[in-house]
Ligand binder design. Structure first.
Ligand code: RRO
Length: 312
């Protein structure tokens, strides 16, 4: 089967990539992603200035996934922009994603200007869903703040952009958020970020698993998969056709990739399982996805994307 896919005019050899935050902090990790069998890669969510993030331990492996409260450690937008500009010259057929997560409205606007006024020709992902910076609520749980930010960004921003969303749990929330997103020239929506502010108890020590925020952190892995499937499906049913979907959450096998494609994703990102297995995971996931299509007698991803069946 042919595993090629696209987002707007951007073409990818296969639908797999890292979820922002995993294997993308610095040049060493980004180069390892670039050398892997993933279709492309994204940089770590950036702020304008570099940040150390929250105190350690800030990531823990759980029975069925992970908990993290990294707190947006990153090397600053200029670092990732430099990397992306170099990357687009050396890899002209592999469009790269650059993620930004401003600590304020003004920070997001300043970063969008910097990207817009640059030779960068990849995709920009506006992360509206970081759950882990103390005192900074997830933007996309505030509909008014989301609309105001997108109004201000699209008053000048002229490059391809998508948004990274947190999980929603009520159909009315999907209706409301999709109605807002449909007002803008977004090229994709990425669902979902980690399940914000979960908690884990270590039974040996009777303690929480991570240090920041008294133990609260974003949950990923198997815990996230059904929520991710629902969010991808719900947005696929509500967004205008020009807005495609990246599916993220609970992917550790080719069948998991296939399931997100069925729900409507055009690309699929890997977070927790990439953290645990490293970039070699993309060789296995591509092979397993290939087998899933072969089993079904399908020759291309377009025969899978959005083709989920219901029981009525
Ligand atoms: O850095 C983080 O703590 C982090 C971010 Br920005 C995010 O968007 N999602 C997440 O699980 N962790």
């Amino acid at each position: 089967p042919n595993l090629a896919t696209h987002l707007g005019d951007f073409q990818f050899a296969n639908p797999l990539m890292n979820a922002s935050g995993v294997y993308c902090y610095d040049q060493l990790q980004l180069d390892a992603m670039a050398a892997s069998d993933a279709g492309t890669l994204t940089t770590k969510s950036a702020t304008m200035a570099s940040r150390l993030g929250n105190p350690e331990p800030r990531y823990a492996h759980l029975a069925l996934g992970s908990i993290n409260s990294m707190g947006l450690p990153n090397l600053g937008l200029p670092y990732y922009l430099d990397y992306a500009l170099d990357f687009q010259n050396t890899h002209p057929t592999k469009p790269i994603f650059m993620s930004i997560a401003g600590l304020s409205h003004a920070d997001n606007i300043a970063m969008a200007h910097m990207i817009n006024d640059n030779e960068f020709n990849g995709l920009t992902e506006l992360n509206l869903s970081c759950p882990n910076v103390p005192g900074k609520p997830q933007v996309a749980y505030d509909l008014e703040a989301t609309a105001t930010l997108l109004d201000d960004i699209f008053s000048f921003f002229s490059k391809p952009m998508g948004v990274k969303l947190p999980p929603y749990f009520d159909l009315a929330q999907f209706d409301e958020m999709a109605a807002i997103l449909n007002r803008y020239p977004l090229i994709y929506v990425n669902s979902i970020n980690s399940l914000g502010n979960g908690l884990w108890v270590n039974p040996d020590s009777d303690t929480v698993a991570i240090k920041p925020k008294g133990g609260f952190g974003g949950i990923g892995g198997d815990y996230a998969k059904p929520i991710a499937l629902a969010n991808v499906r719900a947005f696929a049913q509500r967004l205008k056709p020009e807005i495609q979907i990246i599916g993220t959450g609970g992917v550790k096998s080719g069948r998991d990739v296939y399931d997100l494609l069925l729900c409507g994703a055009s690309l699929v990102q890997v977070g927790t399982a990439l953290y645990e297995e490293g970039p070699e995971i993309f060789t296995r996931l591509n092979a397993e996805l290939d087998q899933e299509l072969t089993k079904k007698g399908l020759t291309e991803l377009d025969s899978v994307i959005g083709q989920l069946k219901t029981l009525d």
